[in-house]
Design a protein. Structure first.
Lengths: 76, 272
């Protein structure tokens, strides 16, 4: 008798927890239009710098400068 | 404007080209030691000397050959370059180089072609095998490490020269640290100046090392000197060797495909 009560109680507890969880989840659906948190930068396509004979494409991690270069890349 | 720290610079000729080393807070003696390392590596990796480690490896094609950790690392890097270039950067180019007569430094005279028939290069992974301490080339195969070696050496130099250094080995650059003013190392590319931080730069060209209608840059798809519509490509990437691989791949891809390849792999690029 006591075993049956324990089984019945455990089953009822499980069912109740499942139903409450389902209710909570359905009432807190993820909004796919929600903004990202924290806000992130959108990917940039890079910039171009006009150089003799064409243009130099720079990605976001390369910064142009007007400082005199200490050396250069060149064909050898 | 940020104050600049004094730069120690050192210039010398090695590897058949001009080399420059720059560092902040390093002694001239340390840069001189680095020059000696470049010269030692150049002597080991040249294919123009029959006694070099590379020439001994090429001469031993068909059997496993014990190699130094440096040459083993370069061979592994070459296999990686072959993979990420879709087979366009293939160091098993030596037979083609010999066919076009490029058997000695150009300073010793223009090459004279010995063959008129050319064939595509074999897949590198079919002819080059690497295991710890040893390398095997298939019979008839030979490798020329060329620009990959320069980019790789520039990276190794920066690893050893401390936290704020820049190496330029014949146009293959590698930069570490924040440079003299804390913003990056100011470096020229295609006539503009950019700031390199933990990055590399390289230029691949068919306009130099040229004689008559031929030049040194072999297209592995034909075994002939490349003619793709791009004559020169300069690239900035995450390291010197990476930039070298991407620049050469871009040049070999030609103007239609090179921009998309560079957009995927490079940090900055320029073609003509």
């Amino acid at each position: 008798m006591r075993t049956a009560v324990l089984k019945l109680g455990a089953t009822a507890l499980t069912v109740a927890t499942t139903m409450l969880s389902a209710l909570y989840v359905t009432s807190h659906l993820k909004n796919p239009a929600a903004p990202l948190q924290p806000a992130v930068l959108s990917a940039t396509r890079g910039s171009t710098v006009s150089v003799p004979g064409g243009s130099l494409t720079l990605g976001p991690s390369v910064q142009p400068s007007d400082v005199q270069p200490v050396t250069s890349t060149y064909a050898s | 404007m940020p104050r600049s720290a004094p730069i120690e610079g050192h210039h010398f000729e090695a590897l058949g080209t001009n080399c420059s080393l720059f560092a902040v807070g390093l002694s001239p003696t340390r840069l001189l030691e680095a020059e000696f390392w470049v010269r030692r590596m150049g002597a080991r990796l040249t294919r123009f000397s029959p006694d070099s480690e590379l020439s001994r490896l090429n001469a031993a094609a068909g059997r496993w050959t014990e190699v130094s950790p440096d040459l083993e690392s370069l061979c592994r890097e070459s296999l990686r370059a072959y993979e990420i270039s879709g087979g366009l950067v293939n160091v098993a180019v030596l037979p083609s180089m010999l066919s076009i007569g490029y058997v000695r430094p150009l300073s010793a005279g223009p090459p004279v072609a010995t063959e008129s028939a050319f064939s595509p290069l074999p897949p590198l992974s079919d002819v080059l095998s690497v295991r710890p301490g040893a390398v095997r080339l298939e019979p008839g195969a030979g490798i020329d490490l060329g620009g990959i070696a320069k980019g790789w050496m520039a990276d190794r130099l920066c690893d050893s020269l401390g936290p704020n250094a820049l190496a330029n080995l014949g146009g293959d650059l590698s930069a570490r640290g924040t440079g003299p003013a804390g913003e990056g190392w100011p470096v020229g590319i295609a006539g503009a100046t950019v700031l390199l931080r933990e990055q590399g730069a390289a230029t691949s060209s068919v306009l130099k090392r040229r004689w008559g209608n031929d030049h040194h840059l072999i297209d592995p798809r034909t075994g002939r000197p490349a003619s793709t519509g791009i004559e020169e490509a300069s690239v900035i990437a995450a390291s010197g060797v990476e930039a070298e691989i991407i620049a050469k791949t871009a040049l070999l891809l030609g103007p239609e495909d090179a921009p998309a390849y560079c957009a995927a792999f490079a940090l900055a690029w320029w073609f003509k």
